[in-house]
Design a protein around this ligand. Sequence first.
Ligand SMILES: NC(=O)C1=CN([C@@H]2O[C@H](COP(=O)(O)OP(=O)(O)OC[C@H]3O[C@@H](n4cnc5c(N)ncnc54)[C@H](O)[C@@H]3O)[C@@H](O)[C@H]2O)C=CC1
Ligand SMILES: O=C([O-])C1=[NH+]CCC1
Length: 178
Amino acid sequence: MSGLPVLIGGSEVDELLRYQDLVPRLEAALGQFSSRTGEVVQPVRTILPLEKYSGYLGVMPAYIPQDDVLATKMVSFYQRGEGSSMPNHQATVLLLDPERGALQAVLDGKAITDKRTAAVSAIATKLLKPARADVLCLLGAGDQALSHYEALTQMFPFKEVRRDGRRAARTSAVAPGA
Ligand SMILES: NC(=O)C1=CN([C@@H]2O[C@H](COP(=O)(O)OP(=O)(O)OC[C@H]3O[C@@H](n4cnc5c(N)ncnc54)[C@H](O)[C@@H]3O)[C@@H](O)[C@H]2O)C=CC1
Ligand SMILES: O=C([O-])C1=[NH+]CCC1
């Protein structure tokens, strides 16, 4: 590859990554990951503790030979003090050309992390949810609560959504007591 890698920022990732596309693709990728024929090459995530700052850096490379996709995520996560305005999680995804090892794209990984995690919960919910479970309960009101709210209400016709009320300001899309 020649030239600079493509940079894809958070709002663009957020706009492009739709649950209706993400969920089936992830379900297929999880199937590839679980297959006995080793269709996904993914070592266990490396976690670097940053004790001094109550944080961690995680490095998560993966390669899918069938699709010839090589990428790695780097995610940092910290225990923040109550009321801190700093983000708990920050992430970057690097996409590489598997043949040459050249960097092709740098993607903001925060929206990817939020949506991927919620999409996997949605897949698990699809497989495990009893037919008559029609109330969604969310514990916490942070970024994952919001992405789970979005993924799960887009995928299932819940009659009611309940959540606990802590840090209501972080999750404006879920009304208090809703
Ligand atoms: N497996 C994965 O890929 C990922 C896992 N995570 C994990 O998901 C969890 C949530 O992440 P975020 O939403 O980004 O964090 P966040 O900090 O945005 O939200 C956490 C929420 O939990 C609430 N909370 C804390 N203690 C509570 C308690 N005892 N009872 C009820 N609510 C409580 C907080 O008030 C806050 O609303 C974290 O443990 C994080 O490490 C996050 C991203 C990806
Ligand atoms: O896989 C991930 O992105 C994370 N796991 C725990 C915090 C972030």
